[in-house]
Design a binder for this molecule. Sequence first.
Ligand SMILES: [Zn+2]
Length: 906
Amino acid sequence: MPHPSRTPKALGLAVTAVLGLTLAAPPALAGPAADPDPVPALVAGRDTAAPQLVTGLAEAAPGSPGEAARAHLAAHPERYRIDPGQLTEVGTGRTAEGRHTVRFQQYHGGVPVLGGQYLVRLTGEGAGQRVESAGGKYFTGLTAPTTPAVPDPVLRGLALGSLTDPRARAGATAEDHGLVVLPGGTGRLTRHFTVRGTDRAGGQPTTREVYVDATVGGIALAHDARAPYQAGARPATAAAAAPALEPATGTAPDAYGRTVKVNTARLPDGSHQLVDLTRPASITTYDAAGRDLLDFIDGLPADLRPAASPTSDFPAATGADGATDAHLNAGIVYDFYRDRLGREGLDGKGSPIVSLVGVTNDGAPIMNATWDGTMMSYGGGGPQYHSFAVALDIAGHEMTHGVIDHTAGLVNAGQTGAMNEALADYFGNAVEVTARGVSMTDPKAALFGEAVCRTGTPEACAGRRLDDRRTTVDDYLGTDLSLDSGGVHLNSTIFSGALWDIRRTLDPLTADRLVYRALADYLTPLDDFVDGRNAVLAAGRSMNLSPTQLRSVAAAFDAHGIRAGWESRLGTDSRPLVRAIPTSMAAPAVAGGRWVMGNSTGTGDPALYTGSTTAPGTPTRLSPEDGRRHSWAATDGQSAAWLAVGPDAEGRFGMEVLTRSLAGGPVRSLFASRTEQLAEVRISGGDIAFLVEDWESGRTTVRLSRDGAPPVELPLPDGHRPSGLTLRDGVLGWSEQWTAGEREMSAATVRSLTTGRVTARYESAGTVSSTVLAGGRLLWVETPAGPAARSAIRSGALDGSGVVDVLPADSPYAQVTAAITASDQAVTFQAVISRDEGGKPAGGWTNAALPKLWQLPLTGGTPVRVSCNRGGQYEAAADRGTRVLWLDATTGRTDLVVRDRPAGRC
Ligand SMILES: [Zn+2]
């Protein structure tokens, strides 16, 4: 049950909802509220011609389930639009009632497609076998290449570079999972890595699933893995490794000090281990007894043995560390799935179950529990908390993540990840109330994780409650993937609340079977809330629920706002320019009423677009169609300059600075390199400036081209590192960092391109960043050295004659969290006002705690809100006057939006 964590945001790289398709809803599918049949007969796919769901079939399908399912799809090309040659059967499940579900994985030219799974459900046997329904995600528009253009070491380097925090990057590893095509438009060839850092700041090492674009470089998708520990390594299992184990029983203290009976294994020397051999799957529990988490980064250490005792009577530490409770709870959860739902273990095949307790972070208990892809790990223990292993609902939650990994495989990001968390909470709660005999009408029945505290009431201790009545329209937390992997925990009770209501309305056993059937036989890895609703309803129809029962299921989803098109019912005060941006590289630039932005909306190929900030209309493509990614753009309102990244005409990976008039005309190349990183392209009139970093030495220089001439390097003092370029009307500004003796120094610098001289250098012992030329002055963000320092906005005259505070460091608003942007009239910044010094929200994780945009006059004043949109606001770009464009995540997808003047107070 990991608590939300915030991962640092890559500077200059929008970590937005990269899989827009998983977050967008089709407004056209919103049905009338009084629909007499709540189970849809047909749900169209999004971003694909293949349907998401087809129900109500009864078509004969002879043969083995796999052959029958494949033949059925092949026999109806008009209905399904699926090429069966691109499908590989990955699993066939058989229910107690004799139904079969065949799950197929989609491949594109031999490369698996993330979330491309299609299921066919059959009833009956032999000649009576019929296809009852089918559905999932099969992406019909994929034309992406299937051979990487970027060399593997570069891809690995990019993956490691996605850890923006240098503390996490030191000693980090990248485990290569091979090529994966990301869906969306024409698709995107990536290489998938699990990146593990060693930073302890979050109480556990950083682990990220990172998909690096294998055609043009760049991070295509990165989200939190659930795993703090190695996901790929199979833990050693005592049962398999030691055949001399003999089933036995013993006694052990539990976390409350009570003596309980435990199933054990007796070794030849008469000692006992916490290995339960009474089920088809062995259940083994390890006690790390305080060992450090870094010992476990590659899986269970080879010298670790299951929790042991010289006699059948286990010592006190076994209870205090949580080993006894982890051991018992694993058995209870196993039995719940087997007895109630007919499932043998987490993988359905009775593979060994492993739990781990007692891992610490630098000696301190880890206040969390996790499923890492192979085992459960429970932290905690101390004066305030028991080991997290005491909570049966938490054990059920973590083990259900294991079940989900072996069924729907829901990706841990955004709405999909929130549904993953919701299902884990639902079954965790169901296991606990069932095993403890708690009625669904008991006021405490909805509490989650309430057993871990040593003091205080269950209500105060519970991490979540499934009866919190949250809805999409009122409560959906609109954040990008930098917070809680897109709100996977923060939005989960919207969905789990609907499931919990269903459990209260139907009888609990029917509800558990219904939700399990949706999980095992309907859901696919990129499904969202509305897909989840349809899956549960279709599962209900297949289980022959009555029309009344089905209507109550639909009503529960309605009550939580989970209906097609809910995103469009959220109130916003901005004007959308581009909706549902499916790229991680979208950061708008704007000037003179024209915006430019790299985006892959529509066709799915990575191109640069331009449009008007005032007149609606279809964006115009600026970049050539050459198979490269075009983004990182700048504009002066007349022309754009940008970076093209990918294989050049000779097929070699490189980067190039291109420029073109916004009105069209030829694309001109200004500079190309295969050995250097290009960044921060800026344009003003005939001047174009950019940064060049040598990949080998790391040395960064400023290059300038005037009137189309070849770029020249501008002189900088030795060891000075430039960043944050700004260019306007013959003046170039930047920030530079250098080391003076022991001290890190920083300055905001101005250079006249006419005279070639530096006209101002404002030095600081803090950190200067994000410079902007506006209103005849240079503005910058200045963060004083030291902990809990606030970032102020300052401005200096271009001739070096003086500095003023625009936003003083002692202002309550001086919490600038991203690059500033300015017109000649106003400066706009991103800030999170309602958080304490540790970065935690003062009033809890609500939309109010997400980054918002603020604006104030260039001459200073009290900042006002740019927009009252309730979700996260990112990547602001100032146009003329007070007009600002930004990426808005309110709806759970990312839109490019604009406002002409600030909203003021919200
Ligand atoms: Zn979880």
